[in-house]
Ligand binder design. Structure first.
Ligand SMILES: Nc1ncnc2c1ncn2[C@@H]1O[C@H](COP(=O)(O)OP(=O)(O)O)[C@@H](O)[C@H]1O
Ligand SMILES: O=C(O)C1=C[C@@H](OP(=O)(O)O)[C@@H](O)[C@H](O)C1
Ligand SMILES: [Mg+2]
Length: 188
């Protein structure tokens, strides 16, 4: 299928394991945009893993680093950005994401998130005796915040990544409407 031109920045939000990094990378490849991931940028800048930043500096300093990276990246023109699951906790981050691009909220069931993240040691918030309870609490706290800024909400559970990208392209195209030339021909 030919790639489709989607205007502007696309920002992915959602809980850990929803697929922001994976879907974001695939969406960028298909739409010809540059992909960024806020966690990857933070790891590049600090030279250590996210888990190490939480260990040594604490979550609050991690959030400052996250805001710094998001503030810089949203100034770009045609990118896909996978944010960290907690990026939307900051009102400033929510405002930046909502103003500078189209926000896509990726949802997944807690069961799927647990399966997808169970072998990962680089998500410090899930290194707990009861990751299910932690995810349920995070969902309760964050779902309203994701929805507050989402232009599109899409369920990723039981969904193949390539199919998700195609679905997203179609929904983005509908959201953005037909290009001016096409509408001229349709309504002479
Ligand atoms: N739609 C999907 N179906 C199955 N596995 C997925 C899907 N999306 C992501 N994954 C897997 O789940 C894990 C977490 O995905 P990731 O993109 O890192 O999530 P996030 O960035 O939202 O935390 C990865 O191992 C990835 O391969
Ligand atoms: O939900 C969160 O607070 C976090 C999500 C992680 O990113 P992913 O959502 O990409 O896993 C990462 O930013 C950090 O571990 C904190
Ligand atoms: Mg990620």
């Amino acid at each position: 299928m030919p790639t489709m031109k989607l205007a502007g920045n696309l920002f992915l939000v959602g809980l850990m394991g929803a697929g922001k990094t994976t879907v974001g990378r695939a969406l960028a490849r298909r739409s010809g945009k540059t992909f960024y991931d806020s966690d990857y940028e933070i790891e590049q800048r600090t030279g250590v893993r996210i888990a190490t930043i939480f260990d040594i500096e604490g979550e609050r300093r991690f959030r400052e680093r996250e805001t710094q990276v998001i503030t810089e990246l949203v100034q770009q023109q045609d990118i896909v950005l996978g944010t960290g699951g907690g990026a939307i906790l900051s009102p400033l981050n929510r405002q930046l994401l909502a103003r500078h691009g189209t926000v896509i909220y990726l949802r997944a069931s807690i069961d799927d998130i647990l399966t997808r993240t169970q072998h990962c040691t680089n998500r410090p918030l899930l290194q707990t005796a009861d990751p299910r309870a932690k995810l349920e609490a995070l969902f309760t706290e964050r779902d309203p915040l994701y929805r507050e800024i989402a232009d599109i909400v899409i369920d990723t559970s039981q969904q193949n990544v390539n199919l998700l990208v195609c679905q997203l392209e179609e929904r983005l195209a509908r959201l953005q409407g037909p290009p001016p030339e096409a509408s001229k021909h349709e309504n002479p």
